[in-house]
Write a protein that binds this ligand. Structure first.
Ligand code: AMP
Length: 413
């Protein structure tokens, strides 16, 4: 009887960390296929974590009682992911590289990079600009380097895409020295998602990206819009921090700046509490008083809750206003793209947003909107411009970038 040959499957692991969540995706380098992905959540004080695994042949849930940080979450998720992928593929899985999503790269880290001491220190230093995100990414990087010391670790930044914004678009009308001396400018975020959607739109429309004027709306827990003209981002709604721009799940988006000193001086709201209010207690949650999750608000609104209705109406209004301003920045729009949790899943919100967009040549087909499948056109056949729903693939984009930095032959569509 012959000896069974055990092959090695070289992989890229993508790590995407939130404040108390961690998502992992494992990609085979030779095929660029996502073998398996997992998400661990460890909400608050229980110390317990839940891992959800999803793969071509598997979907399951595992619980663990002692998870309280990114290190424990990574160890738990990684061993489950490797074990399952080994069973699925019949090969020994070797993680050659890890691609880490990092939200803020500031002015020094403007493209995807191998993570050395300097890069790691700078990611930590930028925590003051992205307090909800960079510390979580840094904790995951430290944990992954401990777990996988032989692998190459690459940082892929949400801000990189917007380092190409033109100066009138990235500057705030403040004293110019605030930019030159303090780095106060629009950085823009969700760049990994926006750049994926721009490329995917061109492929879906079978047109060169360079010929298109796109408005891309990433509507998830965080929300942002970007105008892409001639293949480059020319305007975006998130700014110096990810709090700027559209109304979000728990973030306020843009405000009259006069409100902040007023509540500080007249109502003695301290700066750190102000920061928490704008980031964690505003947006859909702040207005509804119910939840930051649109699913819960849609159900409350259905039962007649007035503040849930108000929050939904305000959200749609603000997204629409951003679409108008982004479209005008390009002198028109060839396609509007809706993506992320809300954009991909809520046909009601898509309909509310598109309600008054006929003036931009965007005509929604209500049947297509209601019955849409992934990555499709929901505009009417006669609509002068297209409306696309695209499933964003930040994990795939991070894997591609990691492969590009390391010069791995990673084939993708
Ligand atoms: P994301 O950050 O992309 O995971 O998006 C998260 C948000 O998407 C959640 O807060 C929900 O409000 C929203 N969402 C996800 N699925 C649905 C759905 N089926 N209907 C309405 N909203 C949804």
């Amino acid at each position: 009887m012959g000896v069974r040959q055990v092959t090695t499957l070289d992989c890229i692991l993508v790590v995407n960390s939130g404040s108390s969540s961690l998502k992992l995706s494992l990609f085979a380098i030779s095929t660029a296929q996502c073998l398996l992905s997992g998400a661990v959540d460890w909400p608050g004080h229980s110390g317990g974590g839940i891992l959800r695994l999803e793969g071509q042949s598997l979907s399951g849930r595992l619980s663990k009682t002692d998870i309280s940080d990114h290190g424990a979450a990574l160890e738990f998720a990684l061993s489950a992911l490797l074990e399952q992928s080994q069973v699925d593929s019949g090969s020994t899985v070797a993680v050659r590289a890890i691609g880490h999503r990092v939200v803020h790269g500031g002015t020094l880290l403007q493209e995807s990079l191998l993570i050395d001491e300097r890069v790691q220190t700078e990611i930590g230093r930028l925590s003051s600009l992205a307090p909800l995100h960079n510390p979580a990414a840094l904790a995951a990087i430290v944990a992954a380097k401990t777990q996988l010391p032989e692998a190459s670790h690459v940082a892929v930044f949400d801000t990189s895409y917007f380092s190409r914004l033109p100066p009138p678009s990235f500057l705030y009308p403040l004293p110019y020295e605030w930019y030159t001396e303090w780095g106060i400018r629009r950085y823009g975020f969700h760049g990994i998602s926006h750049s994926y959607c721009a490329q995917r739109t061109a492929a879906l429309l079978s047109r060169p990206l360079q010929d298109l004027r796109l408005v891309i709306c990433h509507l998830g827990h965080g929300c942002s819009g970007t105008a892409v003209h001639g293949g480059e981002p020319v305007a975006t709604t998130m700014g110096f921090t990810p709090t700027d721009g559209m109304m979000m799940g728990t973030r306020s988006g843009s405000l009259d700046p006069g409100i902040l000193p007023f509540v500080q001086q007249q109502h003695s709201v301290p700066a750190n509490s102000l920061q928490d209010t704008l980031n964690l207690r505003s947006g859909l949650l702040g207005i509804s008083g119910i939840s930051s999750d649109l699913r819960q608000l849609e159900s409350a609104a259905h039962q007649g809750d007035e503040r849930a209705k108000l929050a939904i109406e305000m959200f749609a209004d603000r997204v629409r206003a951003s679409i108008g301003s982004l479209a005008v920045a390009m002198g028109g729009v060839d396609a509007l793209v809706l993506t992320a949790g809300i954009g991909e899943n809520s046909s009601t919100m898509r309909a509310a947003i598109c309600e008054r967009l006929n003036c931009l040549g965007l005509h929604l087909d209500s049947d297509r909107n209601a019955s849409r499948s992934a990555d499709c056109d929901i505009a009417t056949a006669q609509s002068p411009s297209r409306i696309l729903v695209i499933k964003t693939r930040e994990d795939l984009m991070i894997a591609r970038e990691t492969a590009r930095v390391l010069k791995f032959p990673f084939l993708f569509e």
